[in-house]
Design a protein around this ligand. Sequence first.
Ligand code: NZQ
Ligand code: ZN
Length: 386
Amino acid sequence: MLNFEYKNPTKIIFGKGQIEKVASEIPTDAKVLMLYGGGSIKKNGIYNQVINALSKHEVLEFGGIEANPKYHTLLKALEVIKSENITFLLAVGGGSVIDGTKFLSSAALYEGANPWDILKKSIRTEVGMPFGTVLTLPATGSEMNSGAVISNEETKEKLGMGGPGLFPQFSVLDPQVIASIPKRQIVNGITDAFTHVLEQYITYPAGAHLQDRIAEGILQTLVETAPKIIKDTTDYEAASNFMWCCTMALNGLIQKGVPTDWATHGIGHELTAAYEIDHARTLAIIGPNLYRFKLEQKKEKLAQYGERVWGITSGNTIEKAEQAIEKTVEFFHDMEISTQLSDYTKDYKGFAQLIKSRFEERGWGALGERKDITPSDVEKIIEMSY
Ligand code: NZQ
Ligand code: ZN
């Protein structure tokens, strides 16, 4: 096991009817900006629950944060924060609203001239404006981690940011919010969380047995829960397991003491930036091909995953690893998630080459757990995904 330090300060408030507790988590003298997306919370009653809970607080609102939150929209929210002297942010939404709020938490206290530098120059946020979240869509784990991903439509970039100052102070996880989520987003959430675990697990054996077993437990629970929650989003047992799996998949716990990959995400973000493909679907396109490409380097963990999660018993290590990749693809296909780029766009000619150059320019020459995925490899993996 590798050395590690672990601190996660986010308080989780989990369960039925818990949204009203936001009131006791936010200081009564705070001036709150409530941030949300395109309006789903107004249709499913979550908006009213939050507003009612905060009836004794001073609350302003900013709606309209898009999926894959856009930098220029967030700048408008930043103006409100500054002109209204906001002191506390409350994200009510999925990963996009929470990530947008994290950017604002950082930008609100940032002293540089251009807040895009926080992303472009990878400036770590040590201290941000305090914020909490009410999660409406299980998927990203953003509710219990300190990372965010922001899109710039002008430059067609989608970049990550983070730092210890960007953990939510609290996150309310009420699995009943899942009832109103459309199937497209449910399967996205399952696929995103599943891939988060794979990114921290399909590497090389590090003698971290507990981390492996926790990772496998999340994967197995997602596989078992997927058909139930897809069939009935009001199934509370399925909803609560789905929700907690998504949080546990990316709250930092399973990545401690082990190598991590994250190349699938790095490449996937380019597909969203270029074609607006849903985040999770970009992972289903890239992940399996990355594993095929790095089969030799990842074969032990792929085989272990195949044995323990999919019950594969036949074949040698390589054969088990190959079967595990195919099982993963089948899992995505069973949820009607296509794993070929050409199913999402016909405009992919030259894309792999473009991303190769872009990664070279950014100095992203060494991705993956062994730092051996080069921009030329990225080009090949994308070409395999056409
Ligand atoms: O905008 P509204 O109207 O609210 O609708 C949203 C949105 O259209 C809808 N939705 C959310 N909750 C709902 C609901 N519809 C009905 N009922 C509900 N209860 O779902 C749509 C998608 O929402 P979004 O927040 O975009 O989805 P998700 O949670 O998958 O977030 C994706 C974003 O998170 C980033 C992705 O790159 C992407 O930008 N990620 C963030 C990570 C992190 N911070 O740790 C890690 C991830 O790997 C990922 O990169
Ligand atoms: Zn993800």
